[in-house]
Design a protein around this ligand. Sequence first.
Ligand SMILES: NC(=O)c1ccc[n+]([C@@H]2O[C@H](COP(=O)([O-])OP(=O)(O)OC[C@H]3O[C@@H](n4cnc5c(N)ncnc54)[C@H](OP(=O)(O)O)[C@@H]3O)[C@@H](O)[C@H]2O)c1
Length: 297
Amino acid sequence: MSWNFENIPDQSGRTAIVTGSNTGIGFETAKALALKGAEVILACRTPAKGLDAVQRIQAESPNSTVRFEQLDLSDLDNVSAFGERLNVAGKPIDLLILNAGVMVPPESKTAQGFELQFGVNHLGHFALTGHMLPLLSEGARVVVVSSTAATQGAMNFEDLNFEKRGYKPWPAYGQSKLANQLFVTELQRQLQAAGKSQKVTAAHPGWTSTDLQRTSGVFAFFNPFFAMKAPKGALPTLRAATDPDASPAAYFGPDGFMQMRGFPTQVPLLDKGKDPQVARKLWEVSESLTQVRYGLV
Ligand SMILES: NC(=O)c1ccc[n+]([C@@H]2O[C@H](COP(=O)([O-])OP(=O)(O)OC[C@H]3O[C@@H](n4cnc5c(N)ncnc54)[C@H](OP(=O)(O)O)[C@@H]3O)[C@@H](O)[C@H]2O)c1
């Protein structure tokens, strides 16, 4: 039987952070978790959008505990301030869902000068997870949202920011989404090596109609014909977050043609996303670029 919203176990007593949850897949993920009883922190960059999303969830689920917390993944100082606020509050986190993302924007940089997609999709989430590590409860899950675009990705450690070869939007997106898979591989290895009970899982939403396609005319044009709607596109993430049987580093995507549509099923991480040496190298580079050290092993 197809895995659906009904399969999500009761989440009462659990606390989730969902990045980029004011719209699209992140919003639907946050809403579903709230409907299932989780306390959900909407970590979004724009206060007006985040607060509006809180209201929209509460309108559907008046008893839910949902709140906004400002997070801009394109500024490592902002990510660090987010981490500090939450660590001072000290509330344990059971689900950390790394959903926010940008796709093929015009050439742009993060506050610290990294190519925007590598900076937001990978480095911002790498730093965030490092800051959140002390708060992760026993058995907590980190869920990483990657993409089939990782297939086209390659890690170019000589030019991670597309400065030497010139900016190319799709290769930069592919690199950032491959980096997401390599992060899963190395974080899971380190958690296991350190004897921790937490695990990492991953998901991709196939092709889902959202604001993500705002700068891609072709995808936006074909959205009404081929793309899934956001509530269905959120199911792989929700399964990665809540399926009690999900194994460490399990990756979920749609079960239909070319993993573009359908219901969530386990799919393999790319071989190049599981390469232990590249994953280790990306980890070291990410620590150095973000100045965030996990200290697990
Ligand atoms: N939709 C698809 O077909 C598809 C396919 C493969 C993978 N994905 C992945 O799925 C995830 C969710 O995408 P989506 O389709 O739901 O896209 P979306 O509707 O555009 O949502 C992206 C979210 O990320 C947030 N965000 C962007 N930059 C940020 C920053 N600097 N700091 C904090 N938040 C930031 C956005 O905030 P604003 O609203 O303020 O911009 C928005 O909330 C992404 O990781 C994406 O790569 C999507």
